[in-house]
Design a binder for this molecule. Sequence first.
Ligand code: SAM
Ligand code: DTB
Ligand code: SF4
Length: 332
Amino acid sequence: MSANPAIRPFVPELSLRHDWQLDEVQALFDLPFNDLIHQAQTVHRANFDPNEVQISSLLSIKTGACSEDCGYCPQSARYDSSLKAEALMPVNEVLEAAQRAKDDGASRFCMGAAWRQPKDKDIERVVEMIKGVKALGMETCVTLGMLTDKQTEELKAGGLDYYNHNLDTSEDYYSEVITTRTYQDRLDTLARVRDAGINVCCGGIVGMGEGQQDRAKLLIELANLPKHPESVPINMLVQVQGTPLMGTESLDPLVFVRTIAVARIMMPRSRVRLSAGRKEMSDEMQALCFLGGANSIFYGDKLLTTDNPMTHQDLTLFKRLGLHSGGSSHAQ
Ligand code: SAM
Ligand code: DTB
Ligand code: SF4
């Protein structure tokens, strides 16, 4: 047996661990790149079709004027990002956008709102959106900020499939990026969502000036939750003019790939999503992310407020890599 804690035999049926320790996760990050990618690809192949990528489309259903101070976010009311604020969209317009996303090949429609927390009356309209999108035959995901028990139950009763709520970074680094809520606030909403029986979509952002240990600790938080999030979005910071994190030193792209690969190893059956930041990535870097175990993307020309690669570019990339779309979460 090797003394290196990163080199363990992979046993699929014993693989869903919730007891990750910092030293072994650091050791994974420190592996020679080829060894790390090989291990991640082995785990990936034991759990998924290696050439299949799940496709989600995003829509901002309520834009800007958010009371939170997330240092990365152009939607915070505190920063001048020249973004036009927009009220909660009418249901019919949302359903038209969902139909277009379905026609383009997306299987999941994710609706994002720039709220610290929704009001009870907002939930009523969001539930109408969820019902309408489900009637189109798509999976539904919403991200609305912090939820109460009652709101969570209403979303579940409306048929919601996934709730996105990111931890973003380590608890240690959190207050460097956000001061208007705590890490525990985030964990509380995640527990409500899990307890209500809604699938959890939870990940983070890298490239915010955090250290290696913060990336490792974020992944430990995610993997050591009572159940792994079904979707784990890994975002590369999109630097937006006017936000405090604009001008942050760029992260080594290979560190981003390593983060994807370590997430794949720690959460073998979760969809690891290569999320924001793809527009700034080369095709070769995205190919390395897929090789490292990413098997989900946001597809469509826009994320929430920033640009994503054009759909025809993604179709070309999928063709060059022999990737196909499909799939949902792995049953856990
Ligand atoms: N207001 C809700 C919340 O914060 O949970 C939902 C919308 S918020 C925009 C959803 C997620 O988008 C954030 O948690 C963050 O991880 C991600 N995000 C926002 N701005 C980003 C940026 N500039 N680059 C990368 N990810 C970003
Ligand atoms: C997630 O992890 N990334 C998405 C989605 N969940 C909601 C949002 C990315 C936002 C990027 C900045 C923007 O377009 O406003
Ligand atoms: Fe508001 Fe969400 Fe942006 Fe934070 S990330 S400012 S909570 S929209």
